[in-house]
Design a protein around this ligand. Sequence first.
Ligand code: SAH
Length: 471
Amino acid sequence: MLTSSFDMMEQEAQPFNNDIIRTEKLGGGEKTTTAGGGGGARRPRRSRVKGLGSRSSTSSGAQPPTVGVSPTPAVVAKEGVVSSNFREQDAAYFHAYSHLGVHEEMIKDRARTDAYRDAICFHADAIRDKVVVDVGCGTGILSIFCAFAGARKVYAMEASSISVQAREVVKANSLSDIITVVHGRVEEVEIEEEEGVDVIVSEWMGYALLYESMFSSVINARDRWLKPGGLMLPSYATLYMAPITNSLKYAQSIDFWRNVYGIDMSAMLPLAKQISFEEPCIETIMAENVLSWPVVIKHIDCNKVTMRELETVYSEFCVSSMMKASLHGFALWFDVSFGPRSSAAMAAATTNNPTKETATADMQSDSSSMDSSTTLSGGGGDEARGFKVSIRQKEKNPRDECIILSTAPEDPPTHWAQTILYVYDPIEVEQDQLISGSIALSKSRENPRFLNIHLEYTSGNRHCVKESVMQ
Ligand code: SAH
């Protein structure tokens, strides 16, 4: 496991009582490496599949490029130095994605897969007869949805060895004439489309949106290939944060040690806090756990955002607690939206002129093989094509209609759950008490796929700083 340059430390200051900042190190002042961290709650996707983060990994996951791949260039780190670790770290990352279970978990995440399928259907008018790039196709599922929606050509790019199976899946569905599976890192492949491509689709979101840094690869593809005005799916992404209370978690993992079979084991408390709260936890919480309206930490326009803008995301916040409660931490979550659709597509959608019955049938049977709860019904517009879309109307204006994939606590759970930054010592807050501070999320220099998180928060007379690394 990579050791972080940001050692676990929570500084607690009481600036209103005195000017001395008291620095409290847990675990008797020594940092103890915790296996798994985050209370061991991290789901396997993208992080905990063996290999990722290990410097000694000799993964076989990233096989030599086979199709349309240019010679591997030297990888230059931000500081201008060739990073000897980078290639190894990336190999570990892609090895994680060679495991079928990771893809199974993602595909079985109905909120996720339905949102993409619906969005592709929703934008069928912009996809039909067009060229699409799928950045990180995995099993090929999104590429196939695009083919069903009428794409003329889909480049399905995948750097992990799951591309082998993706190619077989494409073949078995008789789509090899439309979909070309390209094995290799998007950054290193070339395509034969002189005029560029019309659509880029990608499921790139990591925990807390930014973990994994996969969006950099999407930006790379966008800047090299997307035609001006081309469609990005998703089109926008927003990262939110709110303070939370979670007494159950605190009772189970911390207070438990106060009385174990009648024995006072409070001596375990510093270690228990370190093990449970040092790293961000991936957990599903309920809307009732959330103490205030969320704040927007970052809003991303996928057509415009630059890599540099995502190196460090910083936001200040000041919220008011909606109730008297113990503040146990802060939750991060995100949503992405696909649209709004163009006015041309809006007009086309109302003409009720289905052109892809075959695709429709395929997509229906596809979804019914999992669960029919969101499958198709009659009606006008897209439903008449057999594309039942779950449109969340943001505003009354139909031009603002768009499909949203949300990972918020009040929405159906997804495999991303929420990312929780627990504080080591809860703060008792009254109703309407202000909670303010700042958060910075930045790419780790040791491994750009990791996320350094610097959180400062103040409430009442408590001021704390928490550094953590999501690895
Ligand atoms: N599109 C699939 C898989 C999404 S997971 C689905 O929706 O089910 C993200 C995928 O992107 C992983 O399989 C990962 O290996 C791949 N990936 C990430 N970065 C990549 C890059 N730079 N080049 C090629 N593939 C990449």
